[in-house]
Design a protein around this ligand. Structure first.
Ligand code: FAD
Length: 634
């Protein structure tokens, strides 16, 4: 590994700028400051982590050429990157690399906006990555850290924490890099990359650590770097199912497993955090702890919903798994003959109104019967997928009975061209996930920039025809408001997820065991609006798109006062984020944060204990008023 890049950075920074940086607050050390490690110190640190320190290489760098810092254009490597740049998840056969190509190295993140810092970037053109190569411009690190530790062992995590503390460097943590709020990349941080923590274990009769009350039958253990497809393959082979989400590339133990984690089993088994039994973690003091309902119970509570990068580095996640049941599935997809396209007026489309309101009218009944769903609405089409997981031998008939009236209503919407209207069954979670992943990722494509906004719709909104009318109109107004001309190439739907712990059968109804947003306990819908852009989109257009999505949610915010959203599928500009992301749990979560992390070693954008937009480590967020931080050239 070359460690001479820090030296190059010293030359670039003027004495004056370095001096002004000195005054910045702690844990924001940047190259040029006295506390930034020397090359010798980086080398010594590398030894303490067993040679796992790496210099970050932006993934697309082999496609660039033509300046002092770039290695030459590499046609073969570039061709692979082009081919996989904006891919949907690639599901490898067992034992092969899994997940989308852009998760397999540190130097790329799922959404391009979280790779960029101001003018510093190393992006290809997502819509046509292969068009012009080599690219003759600076390939910059953007908001990626200059160095990262490819961590596979607890002692490497402890050494990294100690090194960051002694040099006042911010430590960022990346698992998959899927975070929609950019919380896993931070310029001038030292990153801990947990992707290669790949432990997977199934224990039939599991004994908790010094906590008989937590002992459980059918328990899974997964390392911090496990993605959903890896876990699904492993547990399916054991005849078990897990509370994974819609897309197989998402990491289960990191942001997902500590922030909530919703999926098709939501109404039946609850969220991922509901099924957590024990965590192995390293806290900010460098202490390795095994936490559960008996040991550090307040920390365990907080890490079940209080979010990633906030309380500790999670090493292993121990959780309930469930004997396999069949997943019965009803899908209805249709185009409207008129109106079509992103500039059409969805609010004036009576067919869309019927599609949305008929879901709302059936919603409480569906979740009461453990039916979860994914629903996507575009100006010119819609798709609805209803899922009933059950071991009932009559499961198919039950789903048909439950959805009969809904199906009839959808079939009778005038002016539709029905594309699919059928029932099927998946015997294994892997089959289900491989079918649904491409459907879900169409609306959250990787390798594009993306912003989104989310909102919980509580069960009270579904209780009368009047409130359903209000809800439907507000939803469609938002759908219309969030239409983005740049989405013509890749339309993104307004989405309704019915995958939370809704209905009477989900666990932890009083939410006392988990720090997750209490809004999850009585929501029926999680609504998401999203929009994206590609490389070279002018900043003014990026800001406009971001604002469209932010404001597009206002109608639903207005009809759900005091409500909230899922912290992981949220608007990074959400104003009252403490209430929106954590609800009434925020103060308790903050006091636990202060107890276990009194110096705010862990921090992330709008997380519990956030230091605020004026903290220099957040200057890459383009709405920040701060000047851009320096990043090391590569
Ligand atoms: C395509 C796609 C589909 C999605 N579908 C769903 C879904 O169906 N259901 C759902 O609930 N969510 C879904 N999400 C949202 C998902 O929950 C978040 O993106 C989540 O942040 C992903 O966690 P991660 O660890 O994989 O990502 P990362 O970006 O790696 O990390 C997310 C956050 O957790 C921190 N973190 C990661 N690992 C650790 C660790 N070991 N210790 C401490 N902190 C850590 C990071 O620093 C960051 O703050 C989806 C996201 C995408 C991109």
């Amino acid at each position: 590994m070359k460690l001479n890049t820090a030296g190059a950075a010293f030359a670039l920074l003027s004495v004056a700028s370095a001096a002004s940086l000195q005054s910045r607050q702690s844990a924001n050390s940047v190259p040029g400051m006295a506390c930034w490690p020397t090359t010798a110190e980086w080398k010594a640190f590398n030894k303490t982590v067993g040679g796992a320190l790496r210099a970050t290489v932006p993934w697309a760098k082999p496609c660039f050429q033509g300046n002092a810092y770039n290695t030459p254009f590499n046609a073969d490597q570039c061709a692979y990157i082009e081919a996989n740049y904006a891919d949907n998840p690639i599901i490898g056969p067992q034992g092969q690399p899994c997940g989308p190509a852009r998760e397999r190295q540190y130097g790329s993140f799922s959404q391009l906006n979280w790779e960029v810092c101001g003018a510093s970037e190393c992006l290809l053109q997502s819509a046509a990555p292969q068009v012009v190569q080599p690219l003759i411009r600076q390939c910059g690190l953007g908001r990626m850290s200059a160095y990262y530790v490819n961590a596979t062992r607890p002692d490497q995590v402890q050494s990294t924490i100690a090194f960051c503390k002694s040099h006042k460097i911010f430590m960022s943590i990346k698992g998959t890099g899927d975070d929609y709020l950019g919380r896993s990349s931070s310029a001038n941080s030292l990153a801990l990359w947990t992707w290669n923590m790949k432990k997977l274990e199934y224990i039939e009769n599991w004994t908790a650590s010094s906590c008989p009350a937590a002992n459980y039958k059918n328990v899974g253990i997964m390392g911090a770097g496990i993605a959903a497809n890896e876990a699904e393959e492993f547990f399916t082979a054991k005849g078990m199912q897990i509370t994974a989400g819609a897309v197989q590339s998402v990491g289960l133990a990191g942001g997902y497993g500590m922030g909530g984690g919703h999926g098709a089993f939501g109404p039946k088994y609850g969220l991922m955090v509901d099924n957590a039994l024990e965590f192995d973690v390293i806290t900010a003091d460098g202490v390795a702890r095994t936490i559960n309902q008996c040991n550090d119970p307040d920390l365990f509570y907080a890490m079940r919903g209080g979010g990633g990068s906030t309380y500790a580095v999670l090493l292993n996640y121990k959780f309930k798994v469930f004997p396999e049941v069949s997943m019965y599935f009803y899908q209805f997809t249709a185009d409207f003959a008129q109106p079509q396209g992103p500039l059409a007026l969805p609010v004036n489309n009576p067919g869309l109104y019927t599609a949305v309101s008929s879901l709302a009218k059936n919603q409480q009944m569906f979740v009461d019967n453990n039916v979860s769903s994914y629903n996507f609405y575009y100006p010119g089409s819609f798709e609805t997928y209803q899922i009933l997981p059950t071991d009932d031998a009559d499961g198919m008939q039950r789903l048909k009975d439950l959805t009969a009236s809904y199906k009839k209503t959808l079939e009778s919407i005038p002016g539709t061209i029905i594309k699919s209207d059928n029932y099927t069954v998946f015997q294994h979670q892997t089959d289900f996930a491989q079918y649904t992943t491409p459907i879900a990722v169409r609306n959250t494509p990787q390798g594009f920039a993306e912003v989104l906004a989310g909102r919980f719709i509580p069960d009270t909104m579904f209780q009368s025809n009047d409130s359903i009318d209000t809800l439907t109109k507000a939803f469609l107004t938002g759908l219309q408001a969030t239409q983005n001309p740049l989405d013509i190439l890749k339309p993104i739907a307004a989405q309704i997820y019915v995958t939370g712990p809704s209905g009477p059968n989900a666990p932890n109804k009083d939410n006392s065991a988990t720090g997750v947003n209490p809004g999850w306990r009585n929501e029926l819908w999680e609504v998401i609006y999203a929009a994206g852009w590609v490389q070279a989109t002018p900043q003014v257009a990026q800001d406009a798109i971001t604002e469209i999505v932010h404001k597009g949610m206002d109608n639903l915010r207005d009809i759900t006062p005091g409500g909230g959203c899922y912290m992981n599928e949220a608007d990074y500009l959400e104003d009252d984020w403490q209430t929106a992301f954590f609800g009434s749990n925020y103060n308790r979560l903050l006091s636990i944060k202060k107890k276990y992390d009194p110096t705010t070693f862990f921090n992330c954008w709008k997380c519990v204990g956030w230091t605020g937009a004026s903290d220099p480590k957040y200057s890459c967020y383009n709405k920040s008023t701060n000047p851009l931080v320096f990043t090391l050239p590569i």
